[in-house]
Write a protein that binds this ligand. Sequence first.
Ligand code: XLS
Ligand code: NI
Ligand code: NI
Length: 479
Amino acid sequence: MSPTMNHRGVISPRRRFPAPHDAGTLERLRVSGIHTKSIRETAMAFFTDISKIEYEGPQSRNPLAFRHYNADEMVEGRTMRDHLRFSVCYWHTFRGTGADPFGAGTLQRPWDDGTESVENAKNRVRVAFEFIEKLGAPFYCFHDRDVAPEGANLAESYKNLDAVADVLEEEQQRSGIKLLWGTANLFSHPRYLHGAATSCNADVFAYAAAQVKKAMEVTHRLGGENYVFWGGREGYMNLYNTDMKRELDHLAKFMHMAVDHAKTIGFTGQFLFEPKPKEPTKHQYDFDAAACLNFLRQYDLLDHVKLNIETNHATLAGHTMAHELVYSSIQGALGSIDANTGDLLLGWDTDQFPTDIYLTTQCMLAILDQGGLAPGGVNFDAKVRRESFEPVDLFHAHIGGMDAFARGLKIAAAIRADGVLTDFVKTRYRSYDAGIGAKIESGAASFEDLAAYMLEAGDVQPNESGRQEMLENLVNMYL
Ligand code: XLS
Ligand code: NI
Ligand code: NI
């Protein structure tokens, strides 16, 4: 995500833009001091022009309809809903302002009064659930500080979070929308300038632990199916002032404490670690899937933690998303994905909505190959461009992402049904299925055996072409 968490200094969008027809009602309610209950009753009025987004099929030209995501449609014996487990992220979708390093927020969010009050936070929950419900996504995700404001001290922050969690719980029950994962924001507040679990200051470590403890408890209370650790500022800028060994040891201690606390409170959800190579620090400790898995293995955390792989982070690490997915999956560690895309011409985390069908097809090939993502899902860690400032753009963005993934799912399933790629790959390695290859794989062959074998054979003939171009053409036939 990008730095849109800090709303100080951002002029309330309600004041900067003419409010749409329904915002007047909210304004009157607010002015008259009528609070969440009343607003909740009118919450379904925020998007009055938009009814529930329906599947209308590939021929539909209605921009507010799905052309491919048909929740109940069966693919490989499972509904699209269950394959994709779509999740809307709270930070970009409900806290994003459109601010960038060169300019203030642009996004019209007429329901938001621009303050950091608990009341505003509660109202926002009603709107968020109306949006997610109309979109038809079964899940959402949040950081503690997305949903509730930071208080003047830790106790007040706990209290704020509890108060908003009451509304989240109520809305979850009313709508049936579930929490895919919770996490803690350990990077926006200035106290975390040196990092959280990897801060040089033990008090900061302690504060972060207290914050994660609470975030885990709220995630547990809301039935969250996973809990995410994304590094935030867990990394460094310069080794002159950094004890890397100590920082990594501390990070591992922190994660072990989280695993222990899960046992204490009975949280059985999946822990996820989210790789990202840079931004905000120059060297993030969770650089890519390989670095994360090495860390988890070194510190004996592999049994407890899987990975949450994000497309734009893979790109920033110099990998493809498919590489990161398969690399994690073959080690039994692919837990969930943050679906977005970057821009190859820009070297930062642009968090755009995914629309590229090649990309989603490759994602779904990897996901289907491991039999699905549950308890993880496909979370749109993505934001609308600051030029797309109207609330309806949130619908267009998510519809596009969901349709792109639905299409990727159908294409991947068709490729798998014909077995074209798997058959090719299987045949390509057939020399390991018998004879000397089988001996190598089973561990029965030594260097001596292999030398003797090759001395007798003399040399090897190149066997056959890799057929990359043919396979690329073949995949294109399914698109
Ligand atoms: C930031 C990350 C973040 C995590 C949750 O780049 O993507 O949004 O998903 O902390
Ligand atoms: Ni990101
Ligand atoms: Ni993410």
